[in-house]
Write a protein that binds this ligand. Sequence first.
Ligand code: MUC
Ligand code: MG
Length: 369
Amino acid sequence: MYKSIETLLVEIPTIRPHKMAVATMQTQTLVLVKITTEDGVIGWGEATTIGGLGYGEESPESIKTNIETYFAPLLKSLAGLNIAQTFAAIKRNINGNRFAKCAIQTALLDIQAKRLGLPLSELLGGRLRDSVPVLWVLASGNTEKDIAEAQKMIEAKRHNIFKLKIGSRAVEADVEHVLAIKQALGKDVSIRVDVNRAWSELEAIKGIQLLQDGGVDLIEQPCAIDNIDAMQRLTRRFDIAIMADESLMGPGTAYKLAKTNAASVFAVKVAQSGGLLEGCDVATVANLAGIDLYGGTMLEGPVGTIASAHTFSTFANLAYGTELFGPLLLTEEILKTPLQYQNFELAVPKTAGLGIELDEDKIDNLRRK
Ligand code: MUC
Ligand code: MG
């Protein structure tokens, strides 16, 4: 069945420091999983996270250790099971570890789709679009630099929607920064902010009121992960869209957030959801509850990014687009043919599986030895 299950930590510097309330990134550690079957089919998955343990509950190192120690022997013991039975056995035998589970599931779906000669999207219910809109995140930490960066992106037809990372300065300073960018780019450019859970509820009330009045379109994860009550009160209080990101950890939390009206938009992340199939489940919960969708990223490289794109291409409601720009933040290309970004969108490949070809020599040079 499975000949080898390898986990590679690949270090790639970013094009500039990426400043968030939770961490400043100068390098991204991609966590790549390569599964090779006995008959020679190769599947790839990714379990990249942000800022070590600053963002999620799994670190690159813990993911690698857990895959090697627990997932790989389990997978090798599951000979004879079909893919759905394999996923069920993983769920039964392994608690938590959503990022690792997502990477393994992605690689197995890549293999299955390659065997069937279909793009991976077709195993997730089928694509509704061949490309997804992609915004850009301004996070240089400097207002003038952010404005110049945004203007360049608009001119190059790469991005025309921007998300700003805030929460590390005082509320007034952050609001001033955001509104200066909003004013410089004009009313037709959508500006959203991600607070990365940095605000208390009172800070959020002050900040959101000012940002809403200033024409900002969306507020992402203003308060702490567990402070669902605050998210609920803010969603009710304001007209502006309030999006759950870190609070959303798969179908179970999606259901709880939906039931308590604690968000008007969900940022679906395949790794945070625990898999591509679970990301689709989150979307179903959102659809049933009348919650809009946004395709999120853990700033993955091309493997996780394109797995996410296959997933989001199946969503009927993708009202807020996606932020699948991870590979564009990196200084090195690890695909033989780069992902296709044009006209503000990312193309979803039409060839079998994920539809990408990894440059394994390059990966070998960049990986942690
Ligand atoms: C997050 O919280 O949304 C996504 C884009 C980005 O710049 O950071 C990530 C994490
Ligand atoms: Mg976020």
